[in-house]
Structures are given as C-alpha cells and as structure tokens.
Design a protein around this ligand. Structure first.
Ligand code: ZN
Length: 92
C-alpha cells in the first residue's frame, strides 16, 4: 500500500469501515511510515473538531454545509471583483 492509497482509505479506516485484511495492510504501512501517522493524526483531529463544532446540527444541515460554503465563496469572489473602488450611496 502506498501513501497515496493511505490517504484514500483514511476516512474509511477512521470510520471503522475498512475490511479486516485492508486494515492490517493499512496498519502495517503506518508502522513503517511516520509521515502517514502524522497525516492520520491531523486528519483525525480535524474530523473530531468538525464533529464537535457541528454536534447540535441536524444531519440535513451538515450535508448542506460544504455546498453552501462553496456558494458563499463564489458569491464573495464575484462581488469582490465587480465592486467599485468608492461606493457612493447617499440617499438624497
Ligand atoms: Zn506512508
């Protein structure tokens, strides 16, 4: 198993969804690759923080977050690009 594959299987591994034979291979790679262990730890804490932050959100909201975030970023980019230097909005 390569580091690339480790990255791909990381979520399945952390969610305990990886089949037993693959778990063993995954674990064997981690025993020999400190870089992947560090990556795993970082990934793990990121997931934990994400879950803690969204603990009270309903499942539907969680699923919608990434898409809403993308839309917000796209909208911000568009308005930021087209915004005039001096905004004169006196209501006279
Ligand atoms: Zn590795």
């Amino acid at each position: 198993m390569t580091c690339q594959e480790i990255a791909e299987f990381l979520l399945a591994y952390l969610e305990r969804e990886l089949p037993e034979p693959q778990r063993d291979v995954f674990q064997a790679h981690l025993d020999e690759c400190p870089a992947c262990v560090t990556f795993l730890r970082t990934y793990e804490s990121t997931i934990r923080l994400g879950k803690a932050a969204c603990r009270d959100c309903p499942e539907a909201t969680k699923a919608k977050v990434p898409d809403a975030l993308i839309q917000a970023i796209l909208a911000a980019r568009t308005t930021g690009h087209e915004q005039p230097q001096n905004e004169t909005s006196d209501d006279s």
